[in-house]
Write a protein that binds this ligand. Structure first.
Ligand code: NAP
Length: 319
């Protein structure tokens, strides 16, 4: 007989683990399916596992390393009785309650667990360039979040990769710190909205490197430069920068819920007041439903909301 839980949480970033802390303290004995490491950029604990110093999470006056912060979230959730399993949800059935979750690699065989309420906190992944040096230097000069890491590049020359609104937003933000920001874009025109383009063109600290792709990120322990190739002429050049912000888009981790939860045009899970999803009893929090703020603190806040929404919903169900 497959085990029946009150609450299963899928995902173990700030959203999932905050939901775990709250539901555990509400005596709901949550089970957290925290995921399995499948690549450097896909780790239990979410994107903070790929970050070095976190200076903007309230309460840590002197900052804290991303992985240490996530370990503290885990310890706090465990302390109140949350159970964490290092497995991935590979298939779910949300068509009837209780919901069913499988964790076998191909989603076949016996289900792992059934649950009255499900909290989805699977996060999003930054799309990466996939060039040599990128994995090695992620968190050591390569970043996907200007709000998180811009401060560390005060007075330095940096590059932003991409031509969409995110890239321009990152570039504009980074001009507060960097002495020079070079935006490297693979085409001759930007994808970003006109207003963002106007702002970027008007900012004298931003220069543009058109029709150029990054072929490698250089450096042993920190970034010393990027190799860029002009796609028209084929000419290669090294740009001597100490920071690279990759801003070529995000992908929410929704594969397992595809066709079962309603998603918006950009692929993020849609919520309907608080954390409620299109399926009664399924609550969604963190970056998988947020294409705007995407911060650890906002993810944690929405994890709290999902926990409280689930708790109230279970109460209405007579639990
Ligand atoms: P996006 O609009 O999809 O833009 C991605 C950019 O990265 C494009 O310029 C694309 O080039 C480039 N790119 C993609 N893959 C690449 C690769 N492998 N190598 C080099 N370049 C690559 O993504 P986004 O900028 O993250 O924005 C996502 C959505 O959020 C958009 O709807 C955007 O308008 C919205 N957003 C709005 C704001 C705002 O209004 N302030 C801020 C951020 C985001 P191509 O142009 O050649 O395809």
């Amino acid at each position: 007989m497959t085990e029946l839980r009150d609450v299963v949480i899928v995902g173990s970033g700030p959203a999932g683990l905050t939901a775990a802390i709250y539901t555990a303290r509400a005596n709901l004995s949550p089970l957290v399916l925290e995921g399995e490491p499948s690549s450097t950029s896909d780790q239990p604990g979410g994107q903070l596992m790929l970050t070095t110093e976190v200076e903007n999470f309230p309460g840590f006056v002197d900052g804290i390393q991303g992985p240490e912060l996530m370990q503290r979230f885990r310890d706090q959730a465990s302390r109140f009785g949350a159970e964490l399993q290092t497995v991935k949800a590979t298939r779910v059935d949300l068509s009837s309650r209780p919901f069913t979750v499988w964790t076998s690699p191909d989603g076949s065989g016996e289900p792992a667990v059934t649950t009255r309420a499900l909290i989805v906190a699977t996060g999003a992944q930054s799309l990466m360039l996939g060039v040599p040096g990128e994995d090695l230097l992620l968190g050591h000069g390569v970043s996907t979040c200007a709000t998180c890491d811009g401060f560390f590049f005060r007075g330095q020359e940096i590059a932003v990769i991409g031509g969409g609104d995110s890239a321009l937003e990152e570039a504009l933000f980074l001009t507060r710190f960097a002495s020079k920001v070079t935006l490297v874009h693979r085409r001759k025109e930007l994808r970003a909205s006109k207003i963002m383009q106007d702002r970027a063109f008007a900012n004298e600290r931003i220069s543009f490197r058109w029709s150029s792709v990054v072929t490698a990120i250089q450096g042993e322990t920190s970034v010393t430069g990027i190799a860029v190739r002009d796609v028209d002429s084929g000419a290669e050049e090294i740009l001597p920068v100490s920071g690279v912000f990759v801003a070529i888009g995000h992908r929410p981790n929704t594969d397992v819920f595809s066709g079962q939860l309603e998603m918006g045009d950009t692929g993020y899970v849609r919520t309907f007041g608080g954390s409620r999803s299109s399926v009664d009893g399924v609550f969604v929090c963190g970056d998988v439903q947020d294409d705007v703020y995407q911060q650890a603190i906002t993810a944690a806040g929405s994890g709290c909301m999902a926990a409280m929404d689930a708790e109230r919903w279970l109460e209405v169900q007579g639990r």
